[in-house]
Ligand binder design. Structure first.
Ligand code: SF4
Length: 314
């Protein structure tokens, strides 16, 4: 290993219960657990991304760090090229010094935020990168872009480290969570994790003079075709159990990936009527803060992780 984990991180990775899967796997071994991700720093891309919500990307973009693997295995994942646990990770392992060089070369262009994408299974690795940046004098705003399948204790450990939480809230229906993400307990787990984020940050989203988020939470919800009831329940749950004032990013960008071929109900994009119904519920619930993505945005959000920047044509 050429990177300095603390003894606490080594203990966590030796007997891994970092996420709610609770595998108790040894991430230093050849059997690293459900996420199939070793203890190494396995990162598929470090790049500027301009397609996030306006306060996240700002005018210049955010430096996003895409970890490989994931603790959820959503069959419709748009990042399936890097998240699928069947793929080998070895080619993506990078030394910390290389990662820090890549990040700082982006930050030196004037970008002042770093986003960790799908970091739930790589919390010690994420903390190591943050610590490394601080040690060389960089203190960008840190954005935790998570699927929300996180343990409350893990989120608690991020207090004072993470500036902006950007969690998904995918399901309130356990059957969908089981069938599509292999995580029946997702509704309960995500709700508890987001409540802890809310305890830390409250509903307000604090912006700098350029309109970029400095601190707060934005909850993302991707509407799935044919599953409007689930979306309505997610919004109702947020409004009643967390806060109707919290910022919501309602997303229409679902498109069928090759992985959904055995789920014909998911093999299409959203209809205007479906999306209108969900957006209307936000209004009914008095959820006025946030963003409603335009329908027909699917083509803008198809990443290709074979490219140097997955979000830009080379
Ligand atoms: S992070 Fe990976 S190994 Fe650890 S508990 Fe979660 S799925 Fe299992």
């Amino acid at each position: 290993m050429d990177f300095p984990f603390t003894s606490e991180m080594i203990i966590e990775l030796h007997d891994c219960a970092i996420c709610p899967r609770n595998c108790h796997a040894n991430r230093f071994s050849k059997k690293p657990g459900y996420c199939n991700t070793s203890a190494s720093l396995s990162i598929s891309s470090i790049c500027v991304h301009r397609g996030e919500e306006p306060p996240i990307s700002g005018a210049d973009g955010i430096c996003n760090i895409f970890f490989t693997g994931c603790n959820l295995q959503c069959i419709f994942c748009q990042n399936y090229q890097i998240s699928n646990k069947r793929f080998s990770r070895a080619a993506n392992e990078r030394p910390l010094s290389v990662i820090l060089d890549q990040i700082t070369s982006i930050l030196d262009k004037g970008i002042n935020r770093v986003g960790f994408v799908s970091p739930s299974h790589c919390i010690p690795q994420m903390k190591l990168i943050i610590k490394g940046l601080h040690s060389i004098g960089y203190r960008p705003k840190m954005v935790f872009n998570t699927n929300a399948y996180d343990r409350v204790e893990t989120i608690r450990s991020l207090e004072g480290i993470i500036d902006v939480y950007l969690p998904d809230f995918k399901y309130m229906e356990e059957k969908l969570a089981k069938d599509y993400s292999d995580a029946k307990d997702y509704p309960e787990v995500a709700s508890s994790a987001i409540k802890e984020m809310y305890r830390q940050k409250g509903a307000a989203l604090h912006l700098d003079e350029f309109g970029r988020a400095e601190s707060g939470i934005i909850i993302r919800h991707l509407v799935l075709p044919g599953h409007i009831e689930n979306s309505l329940k997610v919004l109702q749950h947020i409004a009643t159990e967390i806060s109707a004032k919290i910022h919501i990013s309602l997303m229409s960008q679902y498109y069928p990936t090759p992985q959904v071929s055995c789920h014909p109900e998911l093999n299409r994009t959203l209809t205007a009527a479906e999306y209108r119904e969900v957006a209307g519920e936000m209004e009914n619930l008095g959820m006025e803060n946030g963003w409603i993505q335009e329908l027909g945005s699917t083509s803008h959000y198809k990443p290709d992780f074979e490219r140097i920047n997955p979000f830009e044509e080379s």
